[in-house]
Design a protein around this ligand. Structure first.
Ligand code: TEU
Length: 543
């Protein structure tokens, strides 16, 4: 491959496949590789460049697969390693690259290493692969420190012999000890295993978490879900300098292949700290959670866009953009609320959402995102216009957040509902007729199916397809420059290259379109007058 194709990742549009909910080939209610392979034409037609597959490894699914019990296999419900290899080859034949999800901060409590650790004595080499400690208090019945787990409750669980082990997420996800050389060697070997099978890269889960202060000092923070080390200069477990040594070692492995492989970091860090992860000898890109979390307000967005591009350009990295993923409330629902930003841990489900408005704004946001320089991520179902399912029955909820929060946070299942493909009733083509999806689909989703999207010329799917086609064809969208043009308050207008202008109206009144421009694609009707209505975006060509 040429150098140009070696840097495909700088502007790639990457589609996130939450495999459990994408397409079910065998009718057991869980998405699988067979379903994914049968739907590859949908992804090729959409016009994306690559797929990121959420963890598909053997796992007890205590956290949707982010609790891995074998890093070199495929969960039997998803298929086999042979099928995985066939899928990778078929995706490549269609011009789609494949990125997997690696989970290095923690394993499953069913991983052989953790089972061996529990069976071994305190102080043993088996225990040293994880973070086992004695408790505090006279009889050691208090956790070793005051850290909280991201899903609620203490970050420590006591074992029958009295020692405690650390888990920054669920108790079923024990944290690995990255000071142990065996841990480092093992993960380097796992990377090579999948690279050798033809995988093009990895998304690194919790890339800011592996390194812990060996003293494991108290944090002194009263609540959980502090993912970003906000307000904490020297945090004992997030975003410590030691993670960069690990990541540099991984980059060397990716670069050792004739066709270099790539990484994207999932790193929730304080503003200004992300660029360190994408220095030339570290990772290639990182998710832009500041953009995802930003309210849909012009001045706030402009600030985030400028800061992202400038910070990352300083280390030679491109920006990335993302509106939704498997951890956050779908943006159609967020943008239909009075407050459109993400609140921690999830946007407030008690605020009502106007889904018509949310959809109009989601369409505008899609044209904004896809006109920005750098890479972009599309979360499965956003191309169909799906909203968050906020009324899942309590007994259906599977996200550990629900249990761990004492039933106060419903968690992330509402954005993970299996996709609707066709037909008028569940399972909407997700699986063969009679399939009961692992999370129930709303009965009224027939207007969101791929089939329904195909027949409506103004559907979300048609908008995404047209935008992606133009993005590939228009040389103005290839560079990494962006020039802001003067525009009224509440609006964003910028130029790419010689002649591509993107105008986004987030104010509450129509604005005049820039002079001497021809509309190429708009997120909603423009009307007869050359005005851009509220909640609408347009791509224009300067005459
Ligand atoms: O997410 C890490 C993370 O920061 C989120 O779980 C966060 O706590 C949540 O978005 C709050 O809304 C990654 C994965 O994306 C997530 O699915 C896993 O549960 C987590 O790691 C543990 O592996």
């Amino acid at each position: 491959m040429s150098n140009a194709s070696d840097s495909w990742w700088r502007s790639a549009v990457i589609y996130q496949v939450y495999i459990r909910s994408f397409a079910d080939g065998d009718g057991d209610g869980t998405g699988d590789i067979a379903g994914l392979r049968s739907r590859l034409p949908h992804l090729a037609d959409l016009g994306v460049d690559a797929l990121w597959i959420n963890p598909w490894y053997p796992s007890p699914l205590a956290d949707g697969g982010y609790d891995v019990s074998d890093y070199r296999g495929i969960h039997p419900a998803y298929g086999t390693l042979d099928q995985a290899e066939q899928f990778i080859a078929e995706a490549h034949d269609l011009g789609l690259r494949v990125i997997l999800d690696i989970v290095p901060n923690h394993t499953s409590d069913q991983h052989p290493w953790f089972r061996q650790a529990l069976a071994a004595d305190p102080g043993s080499p088996e225990r040293d692969r994880f973070l086992f400690r004695e408790g505090r208090g006279e009889d050691g019945s208090l956790p070793p420190n005051d850290w909280h787990a991201a899903f609620g409750g203490p970050a420590w669980t006591r074992t029958p012999d009295g020692q405690w082990y650390l888990h920054l997420f669920a108790p079923e996800q024990p944290d690995l000890n990255w000071d142990n050389p065996a841990v480092r060697t093992e993960f380097e070997s796992i990377l090579r295993f999948w690279f050798d099978l033809g995988v093009d890269g990895f998304r690194i889960d919790v890339a800011h978490g592996m390194d812990k202060d060996p003293a494991l000092p108290d944090l002194g923070l009263p609540h959980f879900s502090v993912m970003t080390a906000e307000g904490q200069e020297d945090h004992p477990h997030w975003d410590r300098d030691g993670v960069h040594d690990i990541l540099r070692g991984w980059r060397a492995i990716a670069d050792s292949y004739a066709v270099p492989r790539i990484f994207v970091a999932e790193a929730h860090v304080r503003p200004g700290r992300l660029a360190a992860y994408v220095r030339p000898d570290e990772l290639h890109t990182a998710f832009n959670f500041d953009f995802l979390r930003c309210p849909l307000e012009a001045d706030r967005l402009r600030e985030v866009i400028d800061r992202s591009i400038t910070d990352l350009a300083a280390v030679g990295a491109p920006a990335t953009w993302v509106l939704s993923n498997h951890d956050e409330t779908r943006h159609v629902t967020r943008y239909g609320r009075p407050h459109t930003g993400v609140t921690t841990p999830l946007s407030d489900p008690h605020q009502p959402s106007d889904l018509d408005r949310g959809t109009r704004r989601a369409r505008a946001a899609a044209l904004l995102m896809l006109a920005l320089p750098g890479g972009a991520y599309i979360y499965q179902g956003e191309e169909l216009g799906l909203h968050e399912v906020e009324d899942l029955p309590k007994e259906a909820l599977q996200d550990p957040m629900w249990e761990r929060s004492g039933h106060t946070v419903r968690g992330r299942d509402g954005c993970r509902v299996p996709l609707p493909w066709s037909g008028d009733t569940p399972p909407f083509g997700f699986g063969p007729p009679g399939t009961t999806p692992w999370l129930p689909q709303p009965g009224d989703w027939k207007s969101y199916t791929v089939e329904a999207n195909e027949t409506d010329p103004d559907s979300m799917l048609k908008l995404y397809r047209q935008a992606l086609r133009l993005r590939h064809l228009d040389p103005d969208l290839r560079g990494e420059e962006l020039h802001w043009l003067d525009s009224p308050d509440g609006t964003l207008v910028f130029q790419r290259g010689n002649a591509l202008v993107c105008a986004v109206n987030l104010s509450d009144r129509p604005i005049p379109l820039p002079d001497a421009c021809t509309p190429l694609l708009s997120s909603g009707p423009l009307g007869d007058a050359p005005l851009l209505p509220p909640d609408t975006a347009v791509w224009l060509h300067r005459d």
